[in-house]
Design a binder for this molecule. Sequence first.
Ligand SMILES: Cc1ncc(COP(=O)(O)O)c(C=O)c1O
Length: 455
Amino acid sequence: MADLSGIDPDRVRALEEAENARFVAERPRSMTLQAQAHRSMPRGVPMAWMDDLYDHPPVWVDRGTGPTFTDVDGWTYLDMYVADMSAFCGHAPEPVVEAVARRIGLGNQFLLPTEDAIVVAEHLAARYGLPKWQFTLSATQANTEVIRLARELTGRSIVLLFDAKYHGEGDATLVIEQDGAVVPESRGLSPGIADQARIVPFNDTAALEAALAPGDVALVLAEPAMTNAGFLLPERGFHDVLRRASRDAGTLLAIDETHTLVCAYGGLGRDWGLEPDFLTLGKAVAAGVPLAMYGMRDEIASLIAPPEEARTVSGAFVDEVATGGTLFGNALSMAAGRAALLDVLTEAAFERTAALGAQLAAGLRTAIASAGLRWSVAQYGGHASYFFAATPPADGAGSRAADDPGLRALVRVFMANRGVWESGWWLGPTVSVAHEPAHVDRYLEVFREFVAEVT
Ligand SMILES: Cc1ncc(COP(=O)(O)O)c(C=O)c1O
Protein backbone atom coordinates (compact mmCIF):
# COMPACT_ATOMS: atom_id res chain seq x y z
CA MET A 1 0.00 0.00 0.00
CA ALA A 2 1.27 3.51 -0.82
CA ASP A 3 1.93 5.88 2.11
CA LEU A 4 1.65 9.70 2.21
CA SER A 5 4.32 10.17 -0.44
CA GLY A 6 2.29 7.99 -2.82
CA ILE A 7 5.03 5.34 -2.87
CA ASP A 8 4.76 1.79 -1.54
CA PRO A 9 7.05 1.58 1.55
CA ASP A 10 7.77 -2.13 0.97
CA ARG A 11 9.05 -1.30 -2.49
CA VAL A 12 11.17 1.52 -1.01
CA ARG A 13 12.71 -0.85 1.54
CA ALA A 14 13.46 -3.54 -1.04
CA LEU A 15 14.98 -1.05 -3.48
CA GLU A 16 17.06 0.62 -0.79
CA GLU A 17 18.49 -2.70 0.28
CA ALA A 18 19.46 -3.54 -3.29
CA GLU A 19 20.88 -0.06 -4.03
CA ASN A 20 22.87 0.01 -0.76
CA ALA A 21 24.33 -3.42 -1.51
CA ARG A 22 25.34 -2.24 -4.99
CA PHE A 23 26.82 0.96 -3.54
CA VAL A 24 29.04 -1.00 -1.14
CA ALA A 25 30.03 -3.67 -3.66
CA GLU A 26 31.12 -1.12 -6.26
CA ARG A 27 33.32 0.86 -3.86
CA PRO A 28 35.84 -1.61 -2.39
CA ARG A 29 38.59 0.97 -1.79
CA SER A 30 36.29 3.30 0.16
CA MET A 31 35.07 0.38 2.27
CA THR A 32 38.65 -0.73 3.00
CA LEU A 33 39.64 2.80 4.04
CA GLN A 34 36.66 3.09 6.31
CA ALA A 35 37.42 -0.25 7.96
CA GLN A 36 41.00 0.94 8.53
CA ALA A 37 39.79 4.31 9.82
CA HIS A 38 37.65 2.62 12.48
CA ARG A 39 40.90 1.74 14.24
CA SER A 40 41.81 5.39 14.86
CA MET A 41 38.57 7.38 14.53
CA PRO A 42 35.12 6.84 16.08
CA ARG A 43 32.69 5.72 13.36
CA GLY A 44 35.60 5.47 10.94
CA VAL A 45 35.51 9.14 9.92
CA PRO A 46 37.35 12.30 11.02
CA MET A 47 34.04 13.99 11.89
CA ALA A 48 30.92 12.05 12.82
CA TRP A 49 28.57 13.95 10.46
CA MET A 50 30.41 12.39 7.53
CA ASP A 51 28.91 9.10 8.60
CA ASP A 52 25.63 10.56 9.87
CA LEU A 53 24.57 12.21 6.66
CA TYR A 54 23.74 9.11 4.62
CA ASP A 55 22.25 5.65 5.22
CA HIS A 56 25.01 4.17 3.07
CA PRO A 57 28.69 4.43 4.12
CA PRO A 58 30.53 7.61 3.02
CA VAL A 59 32.82 7.48 0.00
CA TRP A 60 36.44 8.54 0.47
CA VAL A 61 37.30 11.35 -1.88
CA ASP A 62 40.26 11.68 -4.19
CA ARG A 63 39.67 15.06 -5.86
CA GLY A 64 37.10 17.51 -7.15
CA THR A 65 36.89 19.86 -10.13
CA GLY A 66 34.11 22.28 -10.96
CA PRO A 67 30.71 20.61 -10.47
CA THR A 68 32.08 17.08 -9.90
CA PHE A 69 34.24 15.11 -7.49
CA THR A 70 35.82 11.69 -7.78
CA ASP A 71 36.14 9.03 -5.09
CA VAL A 72 39.05 6.69 -4.45
CA ASP A 73 37.34 3.92 -6.45
CA GLY A 74 37.31 6.18 -9.51
CA TRP A 75 33.57 7.02 -9.50
CA THR A 76 32.86 10.61 -10.48
CA TYR A 77 29.76 12.34 -9.13
CA LEU A 78 27.86 15.36 -10.31
CA ASP A 79 27.74 17.23 -7.01
CA MET A 80 24.26 18.54 -6.17
CA TYR A 81 24.89 18.54 -2.42
CA VAL A 82 27.87 20.89 -2.74
CA ALA A 83 29.06 19.85 0.73
CA ASP A 84 26.00 21.24 2.51
CA MET A 85 26.32 24.53 0.57
CA SER A 86 30.02 25.01 1.39
CA ALA A 87 31.21 24.01 -2.11
CA PHE A 88 28.86 26.43 -3.86
CA CYS A 89 31.90 28.01 -5.57
CA GLY A 90 32.47 24.65 -7.29
CA HIS A 91 35.45 22.42 -6.54
CA ALA A 92 38.92 23.92 -6.86
CA PRO A 93 37.80 27.28 -8.31
CA GLU A 94 40.83 28.75 -10.01
CA PRO A 95 40.95 32.20 -8.37
CA VAL A 96 40.83 30.61 -4.92
CA VAL A 97 43.37 27.91 -5.78
CA GLU A 98 45.78 30.61 -6.94
CA ALA A 99 45.17 32.90 -3.95
CA VAL A 100 45.63 30.08 -1.44
CA ALA A 101 48.79 28.78 -3.14
CA ARG A 102 50.24 32.28 -3.22
CA ARG A 103 49.38 32.97 0.42
CA ILE A 104 50.66 29.69 1.83
CA GLY A 105 53.98 30.36 0.13
CA LEU A 106 54.16 33.74 1.83
CA GLY A 107 53.23 32.38 5.26
CA ASN A 108 49.69 31.87 6.44
CA GLN A 109 49.48 32.44 10.16
CA PHE A 110 50.90 35.40 12.09
CA LEU A 111 48.21 36.31 14.64
CA LEU A 112 48.41 39.68 12.92
CA PRO A 113 46.16 41.16 10.23
CA THR A 114 46.89 41.14 6.50
CA GLU A 115 45.52 43.68 4.04
CA ASP A 116 43.12 41.11 2.58
CA ALA A 117 41.03 41.51 5.75
CA ILE A 118 40.28 45.14 4.91
CA VAL A 119 39.31 44.28 1.36
CA VAL A 120 37.02 41.50 2.57
CA ALA A 121 35.40 43.55 5.36
CA GLU A 122 34.80 46.54 3.08
CA HIS A 123 33.36 44.29 0.41
CA LEU A 124 31.04 42.60 2.92
CA ALA A 125 29.87 45.98 4.22
CA ALA A 126 28.98 47.16 0.71
CA ARG A 127 27.41 43.87 -0.33
CA TYR A 128 25.43 42.92 2.77
CA GLY A 129 24.72 46.37 4.20
CA LEU A 130 26.16 46.14 7.73
CA PRO A 131 29.15 48.38 8.49
CA LYS A 132 31.34 46.31 10.86
CA TRP A 133 32.60 42.72 10.63
CA GLN A 134 34.40 40.14 12.77
CA PHE A 135 35.78 36.86 11.56
CA THR A 136 35.78 33.30 12.85
CA LEU A 137 36.46 29.92 11.26
CA SER A 138 32.93 28.51 11.32
CA ALA A 139 29.39 29.79 11.38
CA THR A 140 28.92 27.99 14.70
CA GLN A 141 31.59 30.21 16.21
CA ALA A 142 30.15 33.32 14.57
CA ASN A 143 26.70 32.60 15.99
CA THR A 144 28.19 31.88 19.41
CA GLU A 145 29.79 35.34 19.48
CA VAL A 146 26.61 36.98 18.16
CA ILE A 147 24.59 35.44 21.00
CA ARG A 148 27.12 36.60 23.58
CA LEU A 149 27.14 40.15 22.26
CA ALA A 150 23.35 40.27 22.19
CA ARG A 151 23.12 39.06 25.77
CA GLU A 152 25.61 41.69 26.89
CA LEU A 153 23.86 44.48 24.98
CA THR A 154 20.37 43.67 26.20
CA GLY A 155 21.17 42.34 29.66
CA ARG A 156 18.87 39.41 28.85
CA SER A 157 19.68 35.77 28.34
CA ILE A 158 16.90 34.17 26.26
CA VAL A 159 17.48 33.34 22.61
CA LEU A 160 14.44 32.84 20.41
CA LEU A 161 14.75 30.22 17.69
CA PHE A 162 12.46 28.73 15.04
CA ASP A 163 11.43 25.08 15.15
CA ALA A 164 13.58 22.86 12.87
CA LYS A 165 16.43 25.37 12.87
CA TYR A 166 20.10 24.56 12.72
CA HIS A 167 22.63 27.26 13.50
CA GLY A 168 25.65 25.10 14.30
CA GLU A 169 26.74 23.13 17.31
CA GLY A 170 26.95 25.92 19.88
CA ASP A 171 25.22 24.89 23.11
CA ALA A 172 22.81 27.85 23.08
CA THR A 173 21.09 26.67 19.89
CA LEU A 174 21.15 22.92 20.50
CA VAL A 175 17.64 22.81 21.87
CA ILE A 176 14.34 21.51 20.55
CA GLU A 177 10.73 21.69 21.63
CA GLN A 178 9.21 18.46 22.88
CA ASP A 179 5.65 18.22 24.18
CA GLY A 180 5.52 21.97 24.67
CA ALA A 181 8.81 22.22 26.60
CA VAL A 182 12.25 23.27 25.39
CA VAL A 183 14.81 20.51 26.03
CA PRO A 184 18.45 19.89 25.04
CA GLU A 185 18.61 18.49 21.51
CA SER A 186 21.29 15.90 22.06
CA ARG A 187 23.32 14.20 24.76
CA GLY A 188 26.22 15.80 26.60
CA LEU A 189 24.52 19.16 27.03
CA SER A 190 23.66 20.91 30.29
CA PRO A 191 19.90 20.73 31.00
CA GLY A 192 20.25 24.44 31.95
CA ILE A 193 20.55 25.50 28.30
CA ALA A 194 16.85 24.81 27.84
CA ASP A 195 15.97 27.68 30.21
CA GLN A 196 17.82 30.11 27.97
CA ALA A 197 15.87 29.41 24.78
CA ARG A 198 12.38 29.76 23.39
CA ILE A 199 11.20 28.06 20.20
CA VAL A 200 8.32 29.04 17.93
CA PRO A 201 7.12 27.75 14.55
CA PHE A 202 8.42 29.55 11.46
CA ASN A 203 5.82 31.77 9.78
CA ASP A 204 3.69 31.86 12.95
CA THR A 205 3.53 35.59 13.72
CA ALA A 206 1.13 35.17 16.65
CA ALA A 207 3.45 32.70 18.38
CA LEU A 208 6.41 34.95 17.64
CA GLU A 209 4.75 38.03 19.13
CA ALA A 210 3.65 36.06 22.19
CA ALA A 211 7.18 34.73 22.73
CA LEU A 212 8.63 38.25 22.53
CA ALA A 213 5.95 39.85 24.69
CA PRO A 214 7.52 39.22 28.13
CA GLY A 215 10.44 41.46 27.04
CA ASP A 216 13.10 38.99 28.18
CA VAL A 217 14.44 37.85 24.80
CA ALA A 218 17.97 39.02 23.99
CA LEU A 219 18.11 37.81 20.41
CA VAL A 220 16.04 36.25 17.67
CA LEU A 221 18.32 34.04 15.58
CA ALA A 222 16.69 33.19 12.25
CA GLU A 223 17.49 32.07 8.75
CA PRO A 224 15.65 34.27 6.24
CA ALA A 225 14.27 31.06 4.70
CA MET A 226 14.81 27.87 6.66
CA THR A 227 17.12 25.38 4.97
CA ASN A 228 17.66 22.53 7.37
CA ALA A 229 14.24 20.83 7.11
CA GLY A 230 13.68 21.16 3.41
CA PHE A 231 13.47 24.73 2.15
CA LEU A 232 10.84 26.70 4.06
CA LEU A 233 10.13 30.06 2.50
CA PRO A 234 8.70 32.92 4.58
CA GLU A 235 5.09 33.86 3.99
CA ARG A 236 4.36 37.37 2.80
CA GLY A 237 4.78 39.87 5.62
CA PHE A 238 6.49 37.43 8.01
CA HIS A 239 9.80 39.28 8.04
CA ASP A 240 8.05 42.63 8.53
CA VAL A 241 6.40 41.30 11.67
CA LEU A 242 9.64 39.71 12.83
CA ARG A 243 11.54 43.00 12.53
CA ARG A 244 8.82 45.20 13.98
CA ALA A 245 7.98 42.87 16.89
CA SER A 246 11.63 42.32 17.81
CA ARG A 247 12.32 46.08 17.77
CA ASP A 248 9.22 46.76 19.87
CA ALA A 249 10.36 44.17 22.41
CA GLY A 250 13.92 45.56 22.61
CA THR A 251 15.19 42.29 21.13
CA LEU A 252 18.08 42.13 18.67
CA LEU A 253 17.70 40.31 15.37
CA ALA A 254 20.39 38.08 13.86
CA ILE A 255 19.85 36.79 10.35
CA ASP A 256 21.90 33.67 9.62
CA GLU A 257 22.71 33.49 5.90
CA THR A 258 25.29 30.73 6.21
CA HIS A 259 23.25 28.64 3.77
CA THR A 260 21.04 31.20 2.04
CA LEU A 261 23.98 33.28 0.85
CA VAL A 262 23.92 30.91 -2.13
CA CYS A 263 20.44 32.12 -3.10
CA ALA A 264 21.30 35.68 -4.13
CA TYR A 265 24.28 38.02 -4.56
CA GLY A 266 23.62 39.95 -1.34
CA GLY A 267 21.82 37.05 0.34
CA LEU A 268 18.09 36.87 0.83
CA GLY A 269 18.35 39.78 3.26
CA ARG A 270 19.29 42.13 0.47
CA ASP A 271 16.67 40.76 -1.93
CA TRP A 272 13.98 41.12 0.71
CA GLY A 273 15.14 44.36 2.33
CA LEU A 274 15.70 42.84 5.77
CA GLU A 275 17.27 45.02 8.45
CA PRO A 276 19.09 42.73 10.87
CA ASP A 277 21.28 43.87 13.76
CA PHE A 278 23.66 40.98 13.05
CA LEU A 279 24.29 38.92 9.91
CA THR A 280 26.10 35.58 9.93
CA LEU A 281 27.91 34.13 6.91
CA GLY A 282 30.13 31.07 6.48
CA LYS A 283 30.63 27.86 4.51
CA ALA A 284 30.80 28.95 0.84
CA VAL A 285 32.07 32.42 1.61
CA ALA A 286 35.70 31.40 1.12
CA ALA A 287 34.94 28.47 -1.21
CA GLY A 288 34.99 26.05 1.72
CA VAL A 289 38.34 27.20 3.11
CA PRO A 290 37.50 27.70 6.80
CA LEU A 291 36.16 31.23 7.19
CA ALA A 292 32.98 32.66 8.66
CA MET A 293 31.99 36.09 9.87
CA TYR A 294 29.29 38.24 11.32
CA GLY A 295 28.33 41.76 10.43
CA MET A 296 26.89 44.17 12.95
CA ARG A 297 25.63 47.70 13.39
CA ASP A 298 28.06 50.38 14.65
CA GLU A 299 26.56 50.56 18.16
CA ILE A 300 27.09 46.86 18.59
CA ALA A 301 30.65 47.08 17.31
CA SER A 302 31.46 49.45 20.16
CA LEU A 303 31.13 46.47 22.54
CA ILE A 304 34.16 44.93 20.88
CA ALA A 305 36.17 48.14 21.33
CA PRO A 306 38.81 48.14 24.08
CA PRO A 307 37.21 48.73 27.49
CA GLU A 308 38.01 52.14 28.98
CA GLU A 309 39.12 50.68 32.26
CA ALA A 310 40.04 47.11 31.60
CA ARG A 311 39.74 44.80 34.52
CA THR A 312 41.85 41.67 34.39
CA VAL A 313 41.63 38.37 36.22
CA SER A 314 44.70 36.15 35.92
CA GLY A 315 45.84 38.25 32.99
CA ALA A 316 42.54 37.98 31.03
CA PHE A 317 40.31 40.99 30.27
CA VAL A 318 36.96 40.48 31.95
CA ASP A 319 35.20 43.69 30.91
CA GLU A 320 35.10 42.61 27.27
CA VAL A 321 32.68 40.23 25.65
CA ALA A 322 34.67 37.07 24.95
CA THR A 323 35.34 36.71 21.22
CA GLY A 324 38.16 35.46 19.04
CA GLY A 325 40.46 32.49 18.53
CA THR A 326 44.11 32.04 17.59
CA LEU A 327 43.41 31.11 13.99
CA PHE A 328 40.45 33.47 13.42
CA GLY A 329 41.16 36.06 10.73
CA ASN A 330 44.25 34.15 9.57
CA ALA A 331 45.97 35.21 6.38
CA LEU A 332 45.08 32.08 4.42
CA SER A 333 41.34 32.23 5.12
CA MET A 334 41.31 35.93 4.29
CA ALA A 335 43.10 35.38 0.99
CA ALA A 336 40.61 32.64 0.10
CA GLY A 337 37.68 34.83 1.16
CA ARG A 338 38.89 37.72 -0.93
CA ALA A 339 39.27 35.57 -4.04
CA ALA A 340 35.95 33.78 -3.53
CA LEU A 341 33.92 36.92 -2.86
CA LEU A 342 35.46 39.13 -5.50
CA ASP A 343 36.27 36.67 -8.28
CA VAL A 344 33.89 33.70 -7.92
CA LEU A 345 30.73 34.80 -6.11
CA THR A 346 30.12 37.64 -8.56
CA GLU A 347 26.80 39.18 -9.58
CA ALA A 348 27.10 37.43 -12.95
CA ALA A 349 27.62 34.09 -11.18
CA PHE A 350 24.42 34.59 -9.20
CA GLU A 351 22.49 35.45 -12.35
CA ARG A 352 23.61 32.14 -13.84
CA THR A 353 22.89 30.04 -10.74
CA ALA A 354 19.43 31.62 -10.43
CA ALA A 355 18.65 30.65 -14.04
CA LEU A 356 19.91 27.11 -13.38
CA GLY A 357 17.85 26.96 -10.18
CA ALA A 358 14.75 27.88 -12.16
CA GLN A 359 15.60 25.18 -14.71
CA LEU A 360 16.04 22.69 -11.87
CA ALA A 361 12.75 23.55 -10.17
CA ALA A 362 10.78 23.51 -13.44
CA GLY A 363 12.26 20.13 -14.37
CA LEU A 364 11.48 18.66 -10.96
CA ARG A 365 7.88 19.89 -11.12
CA THR A 366 7.41 18.43 -14.60
CA ALA A 367 8.87 15.07 -13.57
CA ILE A 368 6.65 14.94 -10.47
CA ALA A 369 3.51 15.89 -12.39
CA SER A 370 4.24 13.43 -15.22
CA ALA A 371 4.51 10.62 -12.68
CA GLY A 372 1.18 11.64 -11.13
CA LEU A 373 2.80 12.26 -7.76
CA ARG A 374 1.48 14.82 -5.27
CA TRP A 375 4.90 16.19 -4.38
CA SER A 376 5.97 19.85 -4.41
CA VAL A 377 9.06 21.99 -4.94
CA ALA A 378 10.40 25.13 -3.25
CA GLN A 379 13.20 27.11 -4.91
CA TYR A 380 15.02 30.43 -4.72
CA GLY A 381 18.12 31.19 -6.75
CA GLY A 382 20.33 28.15 -7.18
CA HIS A 383 18.77 26.17 -4.35
CA ALA A 384 15.69 23.94 -4.44
CA SER A 385 14.03 21.30 -2.32
CA TYR A 386 11.29 18.80 -3.08
CA PHE A 387 8.73 17.63 -0.55
CA PHE A 388 6.72 14.41 -0.52
CA ALA A 389 3.58 16.54 0.03
CA ALA A 390 1.26 18.45 -2.31
CA THR A 391 2.30 21.90 -1.09
CA PRO A 392 5.62 23.07 0.37
CA PRO A 393 5.32 23.19 4.16
CA ALA A 394 5.47 26.52 6.00
CA ASP A 395 7.15 25.28 9.18
CA GLY A 396 9.13 22.51 10.82
CA ALA A 397 6.09 20.49 11.88
CA GLY A 398 4.75 20.55 8.32
CA SER A 399 8.12 19.48 7.00
CA ARG A 400 8.40 16.59 9.45
CA ALA A 401 4.86 15.47 8.60
CA ALA A 402 5.72 15.44 4.88
CA ASP A 403 9.00 13.60 5.38
CA ASP A 404 9.67 10.00 4.45
CA PRO A 405 13.19 9.13 5.67
CA GLY A 406 13.26 5.79 3.83
CA LEU A 407 12.33 7.38 0.53
CA ARG A 408 14.85 10.18 1.10
CA ALA A 409 17.59 7.64 1.81
CA LEU A 410 16.63 5.70 -1.30
CA VAL A 411 16.69 8.66 -3.66
CA ARG A 412 20.20 9.60 -2.65
CA VAL A 413 21.76 6.11 -2.88
CA PHE A 414 19.90 5.51 -6.18
CA MET A 415 21.37 8.72 -7.56
CA ALA A 416 24.86 8.01 -6.16
CA ASN A 417 24.86 4.68 -7.99
CA ARG A 418 24.16 6.64 -11.18
CA GLY A 419 26.84 9.29 -10.66
CA VAL A 420 24.82 12.03 -8.98
CA TRP A 421 25.58 13.17 -5.42
CA GLU A 422 22.19 14.22 -4.04
CA SER A 423 21.96 16.20 -0.80
CA GLY A 424 22.10 14.55 2.60
CA TRP A 425 19.44 15.14 5.25
CA TRP A 426 16.68 17.46 4.06
CA LEU A 427 18.63 20.11 2.24
CA GLY A 428 17.61 19.51 -1.38
CA PRO A 429 19.70 19.98 -4.53
CA THR A 430 21.83 23.08 -5.13
CA VAL A 431 23.56 24.20 -8.32
CA SER A 432 27.01 25.66 -7.85
CA VAL A 433 28.75 28.46 -9.69
CA ALA A 434 30.47 25.73 -11.73
CA HIS A 435 27.27 24.03 -12.96
CA GLU A 436 26.03 24.33 -16.54
CA PRO A 437 22.56 23.68 -18.00
CA ALA A 438 23.68 20.20 -19.13
CA HIS A 439 24.48 19.28 -15.51
CA VAL A 440 20.99 20.23 -14.41
CA ASP A 441 19.61 18.17 -17.32
CA ARG A 442 21.65 15.17 -16.17
CA TYR A 443 20.35 15.54 -12.61
CA LEU A 444 16.77 15.73 -13.88
CA GLU A 445 17.30 12.67 -16.07
CA VAL A 446 18.33 10.61 -13.04
CA PHE A 447 15.49 12.08 -10.98
CA ARG A 448 13.01 10.99 -13.67
CA GLU A 449 14.59 7.54 -13.72
CA PHE A 450 14.16 7.36 -9.95
CA VAL A 451 10.53 8.43 -10.07
CA ALA A 452 9.82 5.87 -12.80
CA GLU A 453 11.46 3.16 -10.67
CA VAL A 454 9.39 3.81 -7.55
CA THR A 455 5.96 4.53 -9.10
C1 LIG B 1 22.01 28.08 8.90
C2 LIG B 1 23.26 27.52 9.48
N1 LIG B 1 23.98 28.26 10.34
C3 LIG B 1 25.12 27.80 10.87
C4 LIG B 1 25.60 26.55 10.56
C5 LIG B 1 26.87 26.06 11.17
O1 LIG B 1 27.89 26.05 10.25
P1 LIG B 1 29.28 25.34 10.60
O2 LIG B 1 28.99 23.88 10.64
O3 LIG B 1 30.17 25.73 9.49
O4 LIG B 1 29.71 25.87 11.92
C6 LIG B 1 24.89 25.75 9.66
C7 LIG B 1 25.38 24.41 9.28
O5 LIG B 1 24.75 23.64 8.60
C8 LIG B 1 23.69 26.24 9.12
O6 LIG B 1 22.94 25.50 8.27
